[in-house]
Ligand binder design. Sequence first.
Ligand SMILES: Cc1ncc(COP(=O)(O)O)c(C=O)c1O
Length: 352
Amino acid sequence: MIHGYAYKPIVEAVSAQLARGSVWSANNRPQVELAEQIVRRVPSIEKVLFNNSGTEAFNLALNICRGATGRYKFLMAAGGYHGSMFDPSLGSKGLPGPSHYVAPYGDTEAFVAAIQQHGKELAGVFVEGIMGSGGFAQAPKSFFDAVKQAAHDVGAIFVLDEVISLRLSEGGHQATLGIDPDLTMMGKIIGGGFPIGGVGGKADLMDLTNPVSGHVLASGTFSGNPLSMVAGNISVAHLTQAKIDQIGAWATSIEAAIKAKSAAIGLPIWTRRVGSLVSWYFYDPGPGVVLGGARPDLAMVKLHHTAMLINGLFPTPRAALATSTAMSDAVVDDIIARFGASLEALLEDTGV
Ligand SMILES: Cc1ncc(COP(=O)(O)O)c(C=O)c1O
């Protein structure tokens, strides 16, 4: 919720739209406007198609990959998450599912080797710009470039999942990293709090979904519905680079405060931060993927989550938070104070 839970401009615009209709089951003006905004902002995206969730975005991206290549399977990062169309626990346990393979995120050599090994079967290669459920692990640009090249070498499509990471710059995380995916999965911020998913990318691939000339089915009763479109237009337009920098600065303050408190009370904590996304660990996670259920500090994370709830904070139970434009310096100070109190409570409870 990039602008918080009840952002006034969105509440007002959506209320007005509601009186005019919530579903038209046809293309509509706000849909075109949102598509145009995204094409203007995200360098690799020439055309966009909307649906209703990140999960649906994955479904659509995979179908485009299948339609383009005539192949069936895909490859993703171990511990990656692209929605629940496929049971994500298969990925996070490192188990290959019935129609996909996994490879280690950030490990260029192993990832490329997996692409080469399964190349003839692969329709698409899917990676997150930054691993969301993988503990905000961040691979370097060179990893993405090598993965894209390897995918192309075997005739597969390179798909970047920006469902979370699109918030990190006006052009998405791909603009910051300087990577050029064939297809981009989107969600969350482009819906302003309403059900949303979308795929954008190169025109020749997106054209496969053209209902007249293409052969990839992409219809959906609620896809592009005007409520999500009206909300998404405001959400995206109001997420200026200045706002992105502001929420990044707040996240930096929160991260610094966690570290300072950790040092002050002698409770070792490691942090990761990319832009407005912060996560914390009671062990040194190194740079790699953190598999939620398997992390060695799980007991501490659970206790700490309870301590945070008691202190009036509700971040994700996997020890991560995202700042939003609805916050203020005062709110961030309050978060820092409550976070500090939760760590003191944890120290008392565990006697670490
Ligand atoms: C990287 C990533 N991809 C896909 C999804 C699925 O999106 P949705 O929950 O809208 O289906 C998520 C949701 O958190 C996500 O973080």
